[in-house]
Design a protein around this ligand. Structure first.
Ligand SMILES: Nc1ncnc2c1ncn2[C@@H]1O[C@H](COP(=O)(O)OP(=O)(O)OP(=O)(O)O)[C@@H](O)[C@H]1O
Ligand SMILES: [Mg+2]
Length: 287
């Protein structure tokens, strides 16, 4: 088990008029190599939860064990934890600060104490993963880039640390559909190639459906559902009750089935729907 969270509670500003319980008794276990979608509407506690996983926030109560180490203890070496768990913040491009793209991505690896050659290798590799051309971009300023490209630099900076667990908090927020699809494809590519554990935070079921094996749904600081992607999408009513829709194509197939067509209704992508409908029509023709 790479991550074990037990009885985790978190309260912002305790004892003040602004007190706010953001996490309520979270129990969650994540295996090495899982690709998880963490989903929930605004304010459900997603960002608060993931910031606990690399020690940025300390629990009000409860325990978090990462790769066998309880990170809530006072003497925990947070540097080691942050090397293991890489967190890409919501809107990470606001945290770019170096004068060149190279330096920005090299910042993390430098802190790991690697030599120049190793750092160079890490930066090059990370840029490749996120689709940034090394030769033409390494000496450019990150501030000259488009929104999507800046986002890529920020993601590359975390990937360059080679974390065992990569957490991306809304990596596609604010991007156009094209940029969104590209970044999601790159994340999928990284998962397939490196086999690392990935937690992808999103409030879009559409984005998540195609990618992840398991979905954890948060609602008002609690884990409301946890299961395989297909099983979660079967509970469309419960999802709608907590303000989350299912993907358009899943909705369409459910409606089509409800009209009396004998098709599967646990479809997640347009491609799957196409195959299923063709199969159904052929079967009907032969009957
Ligand atoms: N720094 C803070 N101080 C006080 N309350 C906060 C703080 N950050 C978040 N909260 C509150 O904690 C709760 C959980 O917020 P959080 O940002 O974790 O939700 P989220 O699921 O990430 O939302 P979003 O989808 O908008 O990013 C919300 O009620 C929020 O208002
Ligand atoms: Mg958030």
């Amino acid at each position: 088990m790479i991550i074990e969270i037990s009885k985790l509670n978190y309260i912002y500003n305790p004892g003040t008029p602004f007190e706010r319980k953001a996490l309520n008794h979270i129990d969650l276990e994540i295996e090495e190599g899982e690709f998880i979608g963490l989903i929930g509407h605004t304010g459900s506690g997603k960002s608060t939860l993931v910031q606990h996983l690399n020690g940025l926030i300390k629990p009000s109560s409860g325990d978090i064990i990462i790769d066998g180490v309880n990170i809530c203890k006072k003497d925990t070496d947070l540097k080691k934890i942050r090397q293991k768990v890489g967190l890409v913040f919501q809107y990470p491009e606001y945290q770019l600060f170096e004068e060149t793209i190279y330096k920005d991505i090299a910042f993390g690896p430098q802190n790991l104490g690697l030599n120049e050659e190793q750092i160079h290798e890490r930066v090059k590799e990370a840029m490749e993963v996120v689709g940034l051309d090394y030769e033409s971009l390494k000496d450019r300023s990150p501030f000259e880039l488009s929104g999507g490209q800046k986002r890529r630099v920020a993601i590359a900076g975390v990937i360059a640390m080679k974390p065992k667990v990569l957490i991306l908090d809304e990596p596609t927020a604010g991007l156009d559909p094209h940029g969104r699809d590209e970044i999601l494809n790159e994340i999928q590519g990284l998962f397939e190639k490196e086999g690392i554990t990935i937690i992808l935070v999103s409030h879009s079921m559409e984005d998540i459906a195609k990618l992840v094996d398991r979905i954890v749904v948060m609602d008002s600081g609690r884990v409301a559902m946890d299961g395989k992607t297909r099983d979660i999408f079967k509970k469309s009513k419960e999802l709608e009750e907590i303000g989350l829709g299912i993907p358009q194509i899943t909705k369409f197939m459910k409606a089509y089935k409800a009209k009396g067509h004998d098709v599967r209704d646990d479809i997640l992508t347009v491609e799957e729907a196409k195959i299923e409908i063709l199969r159904y029509l052929r079967r009907k023709e032969n009957d």
